[in-house]
Design a binder for this molecule. Sequence first.
Ligand SMILES: C[S@@+](CC[C@H](N)C(=O)[O-])C[C@H]1O[C@@H](n2cnc3c(N)ncnc32)[C@H](O)[C@@H]1O
Length: 462
Amino acid sequence: MYNRGKMINRSNSSASKSKRKSKPTKSARVAKDSRAIYLPAVTRSQSRYGTFADSKQAPIHRWFQYPAGFSFRAVEHVLEENDIVPGKVVYDPFAGTATTLVVCKSRGIESFGIEAHPFVFEVATVKTFWDYDYSELDALAAHLMLEIQIKIKEAESINLAPVPELVRKCFSDANLRRLLFIRSHIAKLNEPYRSFFFVALTCALRQASGAATGWPYIAPKKRIQEKDGVQVFSKQVYQMIADLKTVPEQYRQTPGHLVLGDARQTKFESAAFDLSFTSPPYLNNYDYADRTRLETYFNGFASTWADITEKIRSRLIISATTQINRGDYELADIISARLKGVAPEIALDLQTKVDKLSRLRLEHGGKKSYDIMVGQYFNDMTLALADSYRVLKSRAQSIWILGDSAPYGVHIPTEEILGRIGLGVGFRNYTIQQLRTRGDKWKGNTQRHHVALKESVLTLTK
Ligand SMILES: C[S@@+](CC[C@H](N)C(=O)[O-])C[C@H]1O[C@@H](n2cnc3c(N)ncnc32)[C@H](O)[C@@H]1O
């Protein structure tokens, strides 16, 4: 099985049952901890599983181009490898824009997801609701477009003074007024249609913008060809409706339950799920609250840095230095009692890395709090792993796509550390399989470390 480049083992499938006791082939490596196995390379198409490349063109997945998202093909692959069919239940503790849930729904498989970022949660909620009255949706779309067309002159009187600067810099005043005009019309609709059109508008923002809004940074000074907001919105709406109509009718009501909450502490029943498939925030200083500022500011959810800190940043797993206020932490003893309890060796090793990062920090101009970021990330992930263990059925797998990192050049093998913590919270074994190398595009940057990074699949078995 391993040398055919399979992404994960098949311990739930009938094929694997007969092989469960067989030893790994020569090319699979057994780690120091005898319950960990390193699987050999994946195929070329599987190497993209941790990226959003496949999902960019796929119906429904493409509604919001979320660079933190993963490939819908990875979900399909994992469901097939584990014989997950209708009747089984799947869980994604870091659901993001609901790639896992959308694939499950389209196969009639019930799924549950948690997402802590309110805007990302809203996109995910709309992507997983398919049970519209389609003739009403068509009629509403046509009516909305017509009304906007007829009354668009009224947009000229919209006052832009209250609009946050970042949003104003992304559009010409005339285009921004048109977008706000659309927003005011959508606000008059009833649910579930209001959310549908609202998400369509928010997802259209980056496509209409006259500033470079590619991820990760919005660069207002870098100008690109601006597009008319009304046209972009209209195209987005009709594409979303067309995508929804591709779903076979029997799957429109498949339950896909999303919760706005915290993967570190969920309220799901114990032993509820047959499989968990997820991708948590990577330890790579990616500030989800900052990256989605255009959308959250435009839709009025927040209007300042302090606002997004309170409403978004503070709710997420620590994975960026912008989430950290140094005064809140005791550096000499940053590793939590929980982590020390479940994985004492890992805790010691992490404290050493944290200490090293505290020293290195003083040698760098930016003085980034990577020390706290690393310690707190694993404290948070220990809680998420423990909760994932609790909610899974016995023998079920918890599959994580994740990347390692090297802040200030200190290598943090995230997948190995999480595998070991996983054993500490109760999982019986784990495998690691590398998907691809990462960070190669920064090779020329002399300011950056030169540690080779990768993206891997960590599979823990309960
Ligand atoms: C790598 S992304 C997952 C993307 C997802 N696989 C997709 O395809 O869209 C990680 C997600 O975890 C969310 N997150 C961060 N902290 C969280 C927490 N404590 N509980 C639940 N979700 C959280 C982030 O907002 C982000 O959307």
